[in-house]
Design a protein around this ligand. Structure first.
Ligand code: ZN
Length: 51
């Protein structure tokens, strides 16, 4: 079974869980890929702006 580590309480919980059953932390899972792409694009555009 796939697990992921909760960033709030550092416990391994089910990868399909959207909320940590131990501390109630909500995993920002749905937009994770989009957020990473957005951050990368932001960094690239900032680098172009600096140069
Ligand atoms: Zn937790």
């Amino acid at each position: 079974m796939a697990t992921k580590e909760c960033p709030s309480c550092a416990m391994n919980v089910d990868d399909k869980s959207t909320v940590c059953p131990i501390c109630g932390y909500e995993f920002p899972e749905t937009n994770k890929g989009f957020v990473i792409v957005a951050i990368i694009l932001l960094i690239i555009s900032l680098l172009y702006f600096v140069f």
